[in-house]
Design a protein around this ligand. Structure first.
Ligand SMILES: C[S@@+](CC[C@H](N)C(=O)[O-])C[C@H]1O[C@@H](n2cnc3c(N)ncnc32)[C@H](O)[C@@H]1O
Length: 196
């Protein structure tokens, strides 16, 4: 199966555009899942309580500096599979290229549903698997053992859209995009909003 890109923009350009268009609209207590170095904070409204969750020690120092810059915000040194927050305690969750990396995607999404308040939203931008028997999927599966080691545990061949739709949200709205990839492949991407 041959897949053609649906955009000329790269995955990074699409992610930056998504972040600039979606994150400023979030309000209240916002959990940033796998916050990395905390770049999401740049696009959040100043009155948002940013809760940056990150398990990797290597990112923590830089992330802590960013959290301190925003009064009221918090840093959680934890994994998405075991979020140290009470039930129904946040208004929104950000997942930006993190559900590819979590150890147990089903458990992480169950935790997201648990900590969201009714009516709260998961906003997400993720790279996902190509269709079965596509060149893209063949490359993703071949590259998986390497990316798992060198890229924060990333598995590029996950059907994250299906996992989100099966996680128990009240509604899911999603847009799919195929960005240009390497060696004649594409990078399949999803961006969307899931309402609890
Ligand atoms: C590609 S980075 C994305 C960082 C950030 N969300 C962004 O958009 O710049 C993936 C992040 O997921 C984190 N991560 C890996 N496993 C995780 C887990 N089980 N729970 C939460 N975050 C995890 C990694 O440490 C890393 O910071």
């Amino acid at each position: 199966m041959t897949l053609r890109p649906t955009t000329t923009r790269t995955i990074r350009e699409l992610r930056d555009a998504w972040r600039r268009s979606v994150l400023p609209g979030l309000r209240g207590d916002v959990l940033d899942l796998g916050a990395g170095f905390g770049i999401a904070a740049d696009d959040l409204s100043a009155d948002v309580i940013w809760i940056a969750l990150e398990p990797s020690r290597s990112a923590l120092r830089q992330l802590a500096v960013r959290v301190e810059e925003r009064p009221g915000s918090r840093l959680l040194h934890a994994a998405a599979e075991d979020i140290p927050l009470p039930d129904a305690s946040v208004d929104a969750v950000i997942a930006s290229t993190v559900l590819c990396s979590v150890r147990d995607q089903r458990r992480a999404l169950a935790e997201v549903v648990r900590v969201l308040r009714p009516g709260g939203r998961l906003v997400y931008f993720e790279h996902v698997t190509g269709p079965p028997r596509s060149w893209t999927r063949t490359l993703q599966v071949a590259y998986r053992p390497i990316s798992r080691v060198i890229d924060s545990g990333c598995d590029p061949a996950r059907d994250t859209g299906a996992a989100i739709r099966g996680a128990g949200f009240r509604s899911v709205e999603q847009r799919d995009e195929l960005a240009p990839g390497m060696l004649g492949s594409v990078d399949p991407l999803i961006e969307g909003t899931a309402i609890r």
